[in-house]
Design a protein around this ligand. Structure first.
Ligand code: F6P
Length: 549
């Protein structure tokens, strides 16, 4: 990429140096002072796009901080990198792949080229195939081996082939077909599969084996157990597999070798990263649950946010702003994590989904040039839905020794209105960001006649940064926008940190070692062990323990 050569290493960029000096100047400023100095701060430091309202005023920044961060984005070649991604350049250079999850939600008439071929017609051909299949399953036209209609869907996958589908299903359950059951199996721990199928009737069950590579150990092990379970339940006739198994993959050869008819395979492409794939055919379980119309509305939501990201000036660009704030909090304020706290119970799996998206993407220690970074990269993303977290870990966020920037996500309307619940929920989310920012001084505590010895315990220092994202209500389109928002935040972070957010070599070593250890656990006679003394000892002990009655 031409942009790569002209971009200076991060710590040598002028804006980075200026941010360091600027941080020294303003590090003592409290949010109380910042708000007191500008009565309009809460209105000014906001941005809105595609129906998402972002209030970032409760960050420890001034107008100057923002100016420098925006300058940093420019000096990091962000615009060029964005153009390269949207254009289909092979920016995932360690795997020689384009990065085109944005093509998955491009309208039918769009043109996006990879190696000279417009990929949009292929995307829509798969979408049409998924739609036709979803209609057959949902209407009952598709029959199982014994002639019964399908009532239970089991998605077997892991990582991006699971986290997206699970999160999506939970998030959009309100829109789901309630006379069908959706379960998700990911872990190679047999308990996951056994519990998932516990109450299912094989004659009414459809397995979706979701795996980009169709080689992932966990998924293939679960898929084999699923095939055994099905055949056992249906009398052992192998023809049953075709009626009860479909695949989502890029690997037709392996799908066919497993025994799944490739006519029942839904494809995607190597330019879709696993953690960026929930809107590819990997979303089949979602489409089955919420129906093609809702699914297409979700894709339109993704696309709307893509267009915002692509075209909005950086100072009004939600992903750019949020990414720059995360860089400020991580690299200048020293925050190690970001808590994502949705005040919407349907988003309970959203933080787990984001963990893979953010940390598998930017959990990197070398730059695009292969040199070791001398600054922090991805913060740890984590979270739980509010208000549950408030009664658990919020204590640490309010009064602990660490700085935990928070992304609060809330909706003006409940999907399931119930008495006063929603106002109470929203009162809580607004209260949390207020308490984090402004805290409670010792003088305020004393004014409540608190005994002197207790005063320090009841002080809230405040000055803890947060963003609040407010949207109308959680629809399929809004979910698409939220996911696209974080996808692009990750992209911008990667550009600033000069890392490649699209490979994941760090997962390989453990996979390879596990492959080597499996026979050492299973073989009747113990092969000579060549690990370190700890691993050797654990293997021997396990073999002994498992053979005891
Ligand atoms: O182990 C990491 C990973 O490669 C993820 O990036 C991916 O989402 C997951 O495994 C599953 O891979 P597959 O879809 O090929 O089974």
């Amino acid at each position: 990429m031409s942009t790569k050569s002209v971009i200076k290493p991060l710590t040598q960029r002028q804006a980075w140096k200026s941010l360091g000096a600027h941080h020294k100047k303003i590090s003592k400023l409290h949010l109380r002072e910042l708000f007191a100095a500008d009565k309009q701060r809460g209105e000014k430091m906001t941005a809105e796009a595609a129906g998402l309202f972002l209030d970032y005023s409760k960050n420890r920044i001034t107008a100057e901080t923002l100016k420098l961060l925006l300058q940093l984005a420019k000096e990091s070649g962000l615009r060029g990198r964005m153009d390269a991604m949207f254009r289909g350049d092979k920016i995932n250079f360690t795997e020689n792949r384009a990065v085109l999850h944005t093509a998955l939600r491009a309208p039918r008439n769009a043109k996006i080229f990879v190696d000279g071929k417009n990929v949009v017609p292929d995307v829509h051909a798969v979408l049409d195939k998924l739609t036709a299949f979803a209609k057959r399953i949902r209407s009952g036209a598709w029959k199982g081996h014994t002639g019964k209609r399908i009532k239970s869907i089991v998605n077997i996958g892991i990582g991006g082939s699971d986290l997206g589908p699970v999160m999506d299903y939970e998030a959009l359950k309100h829109y789901a077909k309630r006379d069908m059951k959706f379960v998700f199996v990911s872990n190679v721990d047999g308990a996951d599969f056994v519990e998932a199928v516990h109450d299912l009737d094989p004659a009414e069950t459809l397995f979706i084996v979701s795996s980009k590579t169709f080689t992932t150990q966990e998924t293939m092990t679960n898929a084999e157990s699923a095939r055994d379970w099905l055949l056992k339940g249906l009398g052992g006739n192998k023809n049953a597999v075709a009626k009860h198994f479909v695949a989502v993959s890029t690997n037709a050869e392996k799908v066919s070798a497993f025994g799944i008819d490739t006519a029942n395979m839904f494809g995607f492409w190597d330019w879709v990263g696993g953690r960026y794939s929930m809107d590819s055919a990997i979303g089949l379980s979602t489409m089955l649950a919420i129906g093609p119309e809702n699914y297409l509305a979700m894709l339109a939501g993704f696309h709307e946010l893509d267009e915002h990201f692509r075209t909005a000036p950086f100072e009004k660009n939600l992903p750019v702003l949020m990414a720059l704030l995360s860089v400020w909090n991580t690299n200048f304020l020293g925050a190690e994590t970001i808590a994502v706290l949705p005040y919407e119970n349907y988003l309970k799996r959203f933080p787990a989904y984001l963990q893979q998206l953010t940390m598998e993407s930017n959990g990197k220690h070398v730059t695009l040039a292969g040199t070791k970074v001398n600054y922090e990269t991805s913060p740890i993303y984590w979270g739980e839905p509010g208000t549950n977290g408030q009664h658990s870990f919020y204590q640490l966020i309010h009064q602990g020794t660490r700085l935990i920037p928070c992304d609060f996500i809330a909706f003006a309307k409940a999907l399931t209105p119930l008495g006063r619940h929603h106002d109470i929920l929203l009162a809580n989310v607004f209260a949390q960001s207020e308490a984090l920012a402004f805290g409670k001084t010792a003088a305020e505590v004393r004014a409540e006649n608190v005994p002197a010895a207790l005063v320090p315990h009841k002080v809230f220092e405040g000055n803890r940064p947060s963003n609040t994202i407010l949207a109308d209500k959680l629809t399929p389109a809004v979910l698409g926008k939220l996911v696209a928002l974080y996808e692009h935040i990750v992209f911008v972070q990667g550009a600033i940190w000069s890392v490649n957010p699209f490979d994941q070599w760090g997962v390989e070593l453990g996979k390879a070692l596990a492959q080597r250890i499996v026979p050492e656990l299973e073989n009747k006679t113990l092969p000579p062990l060549k690990h370190d003394s700890s691993t050797n000892n654990l293997i021997r002990r396990y073999r002994k323990m498992k053979s005891r009655a």
